[in-house]
Design a protein around this ligand. Structure first.
Ligand code: SF4
Ligand code: SF4
Length: 278
């Protein structure tokens, strides 16, 4: 029976793809973005137990060497997340496909579909393939919100996935590596191949002057995707905000609105027909 670590499920979300959707956040990521606004989703808990004594209501305990979380006692103060030295959370639940599906099914008929996010949801494609198959059987759509560093175009999950929301992040290898600690060759391959297969739902760049080569990223995406993708797929230019960010960017200033408008203009000049600043 397939299981995956689930950080949280939001039953009704209007910001994770088109329409009202249930959003499922997986725990664990294969890269470490410096501007990540939920860094507690990056790593799996190593059960170091550091957070246990910090919980003000005793909702954390050690059971056979493993940290356990009592969701009923928890008052959601997030102290455990703030003190964790490992970019993790003790409030993660291992769930089966059926358990996730049963939770989603309760939200029918109010949702149009589900969106899986993270962490990095594409670390769990066998789980997703099974979950999406069940969702399709009841007529709801399935989107994946991904960092694109894992090849998807040839993954069987794409047979049951309606679209990828791809966070392109940066274009030059140096900029991407500085931001994430990883390589972006596979991101570019995903971009081209998923565009050719008409599987891109949304493209995204978090914009931060002097840190992200946003202008080159817009132009690079324009070169890599089909005309149909350029004209129709939503390109979100996200204004960096420091909320939740840890490390060297935790107090970085947001870009000016003038800068964001300039980027939008560049996107329009490069053939994007659906550009939004958020
Ligand atoms: S959020 Fe963490 S620290 Fe706060 S009550 Fe819940 S388990 Fe305890
Ligand atoms: S959540 Fe963090 S601090 Fe708590 S046990 Fe896990 S790794 Fe340690």
């Amino acid at each position: 029976m397939l299981k995956a670590p689930i950080n949280k499920i939001i039953d009704h979300s209007l910001v994770d793809g088109i329409g009202n959707r249930s959003a499922i956040f997986f725990q664990g990521c294969n890269i470490s973005c410096k501007y990540c606004h939920n860094p507690e989703t990056q790593k799996l808990c190593n059960h170091c137990q550091f957070c246990v004594a910090k919980c003000p209501v005793g909702a954390l305990m050690v059971v056979e060497g493993q940290v356990a979380w009592d969701s009923w006692a928890c008052i959601k103060c997030d102290t455990c997340i703030h003190v964790c030295p490992n970019d993790s959370s003790p409030k993660v639940t291992e769930m089966t496909v059926d358990e996730v599906f049963d939770r989603i099914a309760k939200n029918l008929p109010f949702i149009r579909g589900i969106t899986v996010s993270g962490g990095e949801c594409s670390l769990y494609t066998p789980f997703l393939q099974e979950l999406f198959g069940k969702c399709k059987s009841i007529g709801i759509t399935c989107l994946m919100d991904c960092n694109g560093t894992i090849p998807l175009w040839n993954n069987p999950v794409m047979e049951v996935c309606d679209g990828i929301m791809l966070d392109v992040k940066a274009w030059s290898d140096q900029c991407f590596r500085n931001l994430t600690g990883a390589d972006n060759e596979v991101v570019k391959q995903n971009l081209r191949q998923l565009s050719n297969r008409n599987k891109l739902e949304e493209l995204r760049i978090v914009c931060l002057e002097d840190y992200v080569d946003a202008e080159d990223t817009i132009k690079g995406i324009a070169d890599y995707v089909s005309e149909q993708t350029r004209e129709n797929v939503l390109l979100k230019l996200i204004r960096f905000r420091h909320f939740g960010v840890k490390g060297e960017l935790k107090e970085a200033a947001s870009p000016t609105y003038e800068y964001m408008e300039k980027l939008k203009q560049i996107a329009l000049e490069n053939g994007f027909g659906n550009v939004r600043i958020v």
